[in-house]
Design a protein around this ligand. Structure first.
Ligand SMILES: C[S@@+](CC[C@H](N)C(=O)[O-])C[C@H]1O[C@@H](n2cnc3c(N)ncnc32)[C@H](O)[C@@H]1O
Length: 243
């Protein structure tokens, strides 16, 4: 098992790093492969265990929003297109998804998206400076439904402490899931984190900036529920606002 060092506000913590994903040999289409070959050098940022200068990476000072596990990137691209004033750093491990988002970046001429293809936990632990992000999005993280796999779930106290420490005062952490017991776990873990304040009473209404995915629309028609959680970084007793 790999070991990882994460920095939290209360000092460095060393903990076992159980991966939240399993890399499968997913099919990469020719178009996705081409996109990775030609566009990743332009829009990708290589993983390195050193702090990243976010403004330099995007070529401008602008609010920075980080997304963990963007999947095929449809939501990321839609949000980035609708908010040209913000910069979006997407982290994903799977090559088909990286290729797919790169194709969307090209199709929509998006100048405000960058990608790191690497384990988000390592990226967050080593590359992102404290209090540097306006927001963090984690939409439909893998639910790992079997009890013996729950340890692989991303949203656990040490990672949430780290995520909160990377947010600017008034920055927000937005999670969404369609898995009820994970939603309840998220609510418990976020509510227990002293750096965060819930923006709602319990679960939040889906804000207009988060588009409905095809998968979500289909699920909602079948009566499935989706839970959003939006917590703000609480600094100096301030109650945060969303962007
Ligand atoms: C269930 S999918 C959801 C994708 C997308 N957010 C959506 O709403 O459709 C979860 C994604 O998170 C990615 N993922 C899981 N753990 C990750 C990690 N530690 N670092 C980067 N990506 C991760 C997986 O590869 C997968 O694509």
């Amino acid at each position: 098992m790999a070991h990882d060092t994460a920095t939290s506000v209360s000092g460095p913590v060393t903990r076992p790093h159980i991966r939240s994903f399993v890399l499968r040999q997913g099919r990469v289409s020719n178009a996705q492969r081409r996109a990775v070959e030609t566009l990743l050098p332009r829009f990708g940022i290589a993983y390195a265990p050193a702090l990243l200068d976010l403004d330099a990476a995007f070529g401008r000072p602008a609010p920075k929003i980080l997304e963990i596990g963007f999947g095929m990137g449809e939501t990321t691209a839609q949000i980035a297109l609708a908010h040209a004033q913000n910069d979006y750093l997407g982290i994903e491990v799977h090559t088909p998804g990286v290729g797919s988002l790169l194709r969307l970046i090209e199709a929509h001429a998006l100048a405000n998206v960058r990608i790191i293809q690497h384990d988000a936990v390592e990226v967050l632990s080593h590359m992102i400076a404290p209090e540097s992000l306006s927001a963090i999005h984690v939409f439909f993280p893998d639910p790992w439904p079997k009890k013996r796999h729950h340890k692989r779930r991303l949203i656990q106290p040490p990672l949430v402490r780290l995520l909160a420490s990377l947010l600017l005062p008034r920055g927000y952490l937005h999670l969404a899931t369609d898995w009820e017991d994970y939603a309840l776990q998220m609510l418990e873990v976020l509510s227990a984190e002293s750096q965060l304040v819930n923006s709602a009473q319990g679960f939040a209404a889906r804000p207009a900036y988060r588009p409905l995915t095809k998968f979500e629309t289909r699920g909602l028609k079948l009566g499935h529920r989706v839970w959003d959680l939006i917590f703000s970084r609480n600094a100096a007793g301030q109650r945060g606002k969303h962007l």
